[in-house]
Design a protein around this ligand. Structure first.
Ligand code: CMP
Length: 144
């Protein structure tokens, strides 16, 4: 149950000055920040991150959004952090995310929903390997 998850603050979240607020919410919950970087990703990288959605009608717009400015890529660790992180973030569509969640408090548009979090332990493993390739062989022990 001790897990790591990948969390990304999207360009709108960075531009709107929500980085500190978001990090604070994960810290106060009790999770541990294990990795963090501010980066501009290339189109091909964004397409790889969202490869599972490549058939969706919003895919190109989603990629344009993610490459529109710097993002904050993070690894957070703790007990059940994947599912709990998703709860802290709130439902994908801000119209359905509860007040008190990050999207519920700070977003109104599904296409500008401030933050991404891995949806499963398996997705987290893949996403951490993609975003933190400096730890290519054993992500659990590298980000200690
Ligand atoms: P995220 O948690 O990063 O996972 C996939 C992303 O696709 C999601 O957040 C939204 O940013 C985006 N997304 C999902 N559904 C739609 C939609 N109907 N229109 C635009 N973007 C969407």
């Amino acid at each position: 149950e001790m897990e790591q998850t990948f969390i990304m603050i999207k360009p709108d979240g960075v531009q709107r000055g929500l980085v500190g607020e978001i990090i604070s919410r994960f810290e106060k919950k009790g999770f541990y920040l294990k990795g963090l970087k501010l980066i501009n990703v290339e189109r091909s990288f964004a397409e790889k991150h969202y490869a599972d959605l490549s058939a969706k009608p919003f895919f190109n717009g989603l990629v344009e959004y993610i490459i529109s400015g710097p993002v904050i890529a993070m690894v957070w660790q703790g007990k059940n952090v994947v599912i709990t992180g998703r709860k802290i973030i709130g439902a994908t569509n801000p119209a359905e995310s509860a007040p008190g969640t990050i999207r519920g408090d700070f977003a109104i548009d599904i296409g500008r929903n401030v933050i991404h979090g891995s949806d499963s332990v398996e997705s987290a493993r893949k996403e951490i390997a993609l975003w933190f390739p400096e730890c290519p062989f054993n992500w659990q022990s590298c980000l200690h």
